[in-house]
Write a protein that binds this ligand. Structure first.
Ligand code: 6CS
Ligand code: FE
Length: 316
């Protein structure tokens, strides 16, 4: 019997396991508590559920600009030829574009926007940097599902992220509704870690970013989590923002409606949780999926579009 040295061991056994989370959800004692962010009530909801939906957080005119920017990127032959652009399985439509906070100036500024960074700092109780960014376009008719998974499981095994101290910020660039495959989150699932079955193949990301087959949760574990907390769909108008814990179980259905479901993801990680070597001797994934070259803290930027954006209060 090999002693367990990794508290979040996964993909080393033929069996699944449900382990208790060993890390805080909201990190306290931080000086960032004082920056404008979530109310105490909202923070309690985040701690309990593992996510919070802020309906209409960004004004419509602002988010229209981001949507156009994302669509232009997906249509640009130079972007489409890059490794950051991932095609839908069985189609040449663009499924995701990664590293958008480096490929595009507007997204770079948005990733440093004080309205978002203050919330990420408040939750993580430290300075933060961008671990990963991407746009998931989920085009009408051909946008395929994302099967149930915890991002942390992948980031821990494949990127060597030590602990659960990262938060995903999702900005709805189009309306997300019951027809176009909204993000589905399992409430309370962030309190359990599902250790997954099967060894990770070499260069797994080439396959997994189209269709994930390793690091997905076992049906028995999913039933356990879903029966306890239930599934909640993150439906809302464009401009709504979701913050969800790195270990919250999530997925989404395919989009057979004619309308795209396009969302921007910015993953904030604590500077105190910088990446180490991947588990099981895997080689590090490329920089466009997992920042490894620079863990320096983000200097927050006052919003580019002053006025409406900064005065919009998140709904509880
Ligand atoms: O491999 C990853 O890092 C990613 N895979 C999924 C399915 N979601 C999060 C992340 O982009
Ligand atoms: Fe994910």
């Amino acid at each position: 019997m090999v002693p367990i040295t990794d508290i979040y061991q996964s993909r080393v056994d033929n069996d699944t396991a449900i382990l208790l989370r060993q890390d805080p959800i909201v990190y306290s004692g931080s000086r960032f508590k004082v920056a404008p962010g979530l109310s105490q009530h909202q923070l309690r909801g985040y701690r309990k559920n593992g996510f919070i939906l802020l309906e209409g957080f960004l004004p419509e005119y602002e988010v229209e600009i981001y949507l156009k920017e994302a669509q232009c990127m997906a249509a640009d032959p130079q972007i489409r030829a890059r490794e950051e652009a991932i095609a839908e399985p069985g189609s040449d439509a663009v499924r995701s574009v990664f590293r958008v906070h480096r490929l595009n100036d507007r997204f770079e500024r948005l990733s440093r926007d004080a309205r978002l960074v203050n919330i990420a700092r408040q939750i993580l109780g430290s300075e933060v940097y961008i671990h990963q960014s991407r746009v998931n376009l989920k085009p009408g008719f051909v946008g395929e599902k994302f099967y149930w998974h915890s991002d942390f499981e992948t980031w821990h095994v494949e990127d060597g992220m030590p602990r659960m101290r990262a938060v995903s910020c999702t900005i709805l660039l189009t309306e997300n509704n019951e027809h176009n495959g909204p993000l589905m989150l399992v409430a309370g699932s962030h309190r359990h870690y599902v250790s997954c079955v099967g060894a990770t193949p070499e260069d797994h990301y080439r396959q997994s970013l189209k269709k994930q087959e390793y690091g997905i949760a076992d049906p028995v574990a999913l039933e356990f989590l879903i029966e306890r907390g239930g599934i909640q769909s993150m439906k809302g108008p464009a401009g709504s923002v979701v913050f969800f814990d790195c270990n919250t179980m999530h997925g989404s259905n395919s989009n057979i409606s004619p309308y795209p479901r396009s969302n921007l993801f910015l993953v904030y990680n604590s500077v105190d949780n910088a990446l180490t070597a991947p588990r099981s001797g895997l080689k590090p994934r490329p920089e466009f999926i997992a920042t490894r070259s620079d863990f320096s803290p983000i200097v927050p930027l006052e919003p580019e579009f002053p006025g409406i954006g900064i005065t919009v209060q998140p709904k509880s």
